[in-house]
Design a protein around this ligand. Structure first.
Ligand code: ARG
Length: 473
């Protein structure tokens, strides 16, 4: 007999049971569901909607059910559709009819919204921590390779040299925005929908704030219809996750390129690479490729959720059950990627000499020669043209700017002096970009300080969250 079987005259078609059930995947919410129920029961007793004795019995029963689910003793069945009704059924089996009082003043609609928020709160916390760990791993490489110069690219053509540390810090700041976005989402996730009932509220004089406080929420959802219909917080999370994936994927692409023989700028640690079944010499950056590849499913989950919500009338619709698998998948995909990424970056070997050689054997100091001429009084547009001719000359002679003699270079402009050579070394070129946010060493050091302050702030924020998220019962 179904928990809602009263008004039905025959059993549900088995295919319907199978098709509408969510227990196969929403069993992941079991611990959150029970945690929410324990808070709900405490509130029912406090508001004298059920007796203290009944509440104690139900709470003990819920804990027993949790234990049975954890040790695999509990049978979760499609016949009972989802985690909420399976838990209720198990509770009634455990303690008898008094278990039937648990669902007083509550609907699965506000219950499932609650469980989703509790789950996502943990996920936000874990993922923020993992992003911070990656930032730290990147900062370690930054500090170990502070003066390493490598070509900076635009259009994937060598453009101007930059410090390797500067390049890595760009990712540290991208990830910083990601962490801050997760922090912004937290505020909207951390509100309690319980008390909204099916859609309109409940006739019982429940204390919504009490439940919210019990569960560490910052407040309650203001409108019962919105409380049960809102999945913005899921979309927001999936959107934030999509951006994190974008950032990781861009870094992946650079790692794949840099570890090729063509670039030969880095070597990933053996522990983070795999081999080929056929070609004995191969060492493939599989992790970076797969993280890049999995970006597809993370984007897909975002589009899927938006599409499911599009055009849904208020309030709850069964369509919304589709909110779970994509969210779980994104949480797990992201956690998997981030957990690997930090140690992979930390153990990466940076081939400083090869990077330097690439800068030295290139024209990426051409802008500096043009700027040098401007310093001697020439208009930039004219100096641009003069340097263009010098570069063409060098290409024809198979040499670089620093290989020219003073005599030779003076042939293009007599205002060029001996000091030009010191002006054009990779170190000088980098350190000439001495403006806030620039690639000069002292400016990179400023960025390291900012990044470290940001990390401390994240740490404090996560500590505040942890206090609200007590360990699950
Ligand atoms: N399994 C459902 C879901 O995930 C729970 C809410 C069901 N509510 C209902 N009225 N059928 O959305």
């Amino acid at each position: 007999m179904k928990l809602w079987g009263g008004r039905f005259t025959k059993p549900t078609n088995q295919l319907v049971d199978e098709y509408t059930a969510s227990i196969q995947f929403d069993k992941k919410l079991a611990a959150y569901d029970i945690k929410g129920s324990i808070a709900h029961v405490a509130m029912l007793a406090k508001c004298e909607i059920i007796s203290e004795d009944d509440a104690n019995e139900i709470t003990a029963g819920l804990k027993a059910v949790m234990e049975k689910i954890n040790n695999g003793e509990a049978v979760l069945s499609e016949e009972h559709e989802d985690i909420h009704m399976n838990v209720e059924k198990l509770l009634i089996d455990e303690i008898g009819p008094v278990g039937g009082k648990l669902h007083t003043g509550r609907s699965r609609n506000d219950q499932v919204a609650l469980d989703m928020r509790l789950y996502l709160r943990d996920a936000l916390m874990d993922i923020s921590q993992l992003v911070a760990n990656l930032q730290e791993a990147l900062l370690k490489q930054v500090k170990e390779n502070k003066e390493t110069v490598l070509p900076g690219y635009t259009h994937l053509q060598r453009a101007q040299p930059v410090l390797f540390a500067h390049h890595m810090l760009a990712y540290v700041f991208m990830l910083q925005r990601d962490v801050e976005r997760l922090g912004g989402s937290w505020k909207r996730v951390n509100k309690s929908p319980l008390g909204a009932g099916a859609l309109a509220g409940t006739t019982f004089a429940v204390d919504r704030q009490f439940v919210a406080d019990e569960l560490g929420f910052d407040g309650i959802c203001e409108n019962s219809l919105d409380a049960v219909s809102d999945r913005d917080f899921v979309v927001e999370f999936l959107g934030n996750a999509a951006l994190i994936s974008t950032h990781l994927s861009r870094l992946c692409e650079e790692l794949v390129q840099w570890s090729s023989a063509e670039f030969n700028f880095i070597e990933l640690d053996d522990a983070f690479c795999t081999g080929s079944s056929m070609m004995p010499q191969k060492k493939n950056p599989d992790v970076a490729e797969l993280v890049r590849g999995k970006t597809g499913r993370v984007y897909g989950n975002l589009i899927g959720m938006l599409t499911t919500l599009k055009g849904l009338p208020l309030a709850y619709n069964k369509d919304m059950q589709e909110d779970k698998e994509g969210m779980f998948d994104t949480v797990e995909t992201l956690k998997g990627a981030l957990a690997l990424f930090a140690p992979m970056m930390e153990t990466m070997d940076v081939k400083q000499k090869n990077m330097y050689e690439a800068v030295r054997n290139d024209f990426s100091n051409a802008t500096d020669l043009a700027d040098y001429l401007v310093g001697k009084g020439m208009a930039f547009r004219e100096s641009h043209a003069v340097v263009g001719e010098i570069v063409l000359h060098c290409i024809q002679k198979n040499k670089y700017l620093l290989d020219m003699t003073l005599q030779e270079i003076k042939g293009f402009s007599s205002i060029i002096e001996e000091d030009v050579f010191a002006y054009l070394t990779p170190e000088a070129v980098v350190n000439a970009r001495n403006i806030a946010g620039g690639t000069a060493l002292n400016r990179v050091e400023e960025q390291i300080t900012i990044a470290e302050t940001n990390l401390t702030e994240t740490e404090h924020r996560l500590a505040r969250w942890a206090k609200k998220i007590e360990p699950l019962t």
